[in-house]
Design a protein around this ligand. Structure first.
Ligand code: ADP
Length: 255
């Protein structure tokens, strides 16, 4: 079976800081074009913090996948992004990496809000944040419906830099003024097609009102069916969430 990604060990030419990394075993399974068809950008070219690069390499990510290569540099300029790429092509790290890069761990505030439609995805996404950010001292909290609100309230008394969760629960916490999003500059929606469904849209809009007006909005999805169909007409109506300038990234491998 062809696997999208493989990981790799450090090469002898690595800078010295890389020699102390605990790299996972080399994965020699063949990769598909979804993840190999890149322009040749390296993670080191992205001006990422050393501690973040360490987490990336220790996860076995040798170089960015196409969607990461496209999205990360744009996201780091704080522009809004609407990105589409197939499942399994590394979308999670494409928004987690720029989100983590922008966090000041010395600041006891939620600085990235990562919204997903399901509890399972919330748990997976928070794991990616923890792994990639493990050398940064980042505090990640995951919150979803179906768990005790009291536990979340207690957890929010402590430091949280990245809040990952489902919209309803986070709106509840923000509405109760337990989750302070007033200094959160990064707002991400994964599986954004689902989060922009009529069921979620009012919640998303209310949630956005708790963030600063100059926040960055990043939307990631494998599909944007309605929006893409008639982009110019439907985007402003379908996405009042986005500010005027949106940077579109439709991954080449998805064409
Ligand atoms: P998507 O969100 O697009 O469905 P994921 O983010 O879940 O894809 O990534 C799929 C798999 O690829 C995960 O196991 C992840 O750890 C791995 N992965 C992501 N980016 C890279 C990379 N640059 N190099 C190697 N593996 C990667």
């Amino acid at each position: 079976m062809q696997m999208p990604f493989h990981s790799s060990s450090a090469t002898p030419n690595d800078p010295s800081w890389r020699t102390g990394l605990r790299l996972p075993p080399k994965d020699l399974r063949p990769q598909t074009e979804d993840v190999t068809k890149t322009k040749g950008t390296e993670f080191e070219d992205m001006f990422l913090r050393r501690e973040l690069l360490m987490g990336i390499f220790e996860e076995g990510y040798e170089r960015p996948s196409p969607i990461q290569e496209e999205a990360i540099p744009v996201a780091l300029t704080k522009r809004d992004i609407l990105a589409r790429a197939k499942n399994g092509t590394g979308k999670t790290a494409a928004f987690v990496i720029p989100s983590l890069q922008q966090i000041d761990v010395g600041k006891n505030k939620i600085q990235a809000l990562l919204l997903v439609p399901t509890r399972e995805l919330a748990l997976q996404t928070s794991q990616v944040c923890k792994k990639l950010g493990k050398h940064m001292g980042i505090q990640v909290m995951v919150t979803t419906g179906g768990t005790t609100l009291k536990d979340d309230i207690m957890r929010l008394q402590e430091t949280v830099h990245v809040l990952v969760g489902t919209p309803g629960r986070i709106l509840d916490l923000a509405g109760k003024k337990v989750a302070d999003l007033s200094e959160c500059p990064v707002f991400v929606m994964d599986e954004a097609d689902k989060l922009l469904s009529p069921e979620f849209t009012p919640v998303m809009e209310q949630l956005l009102s708790f963030l600063p007006t100059d926040r960055q909005v990043m939307l990631f999805s494998a599909t944007f069916p309605m929006i893409v169909k008639d982009f110019k007409v439907s985007l402003p109506r379908a996405l009042p969430l986005l500010s005027v300038l949106t940077f579109l990234l439709f991954c080449r491998t998805n064409a």
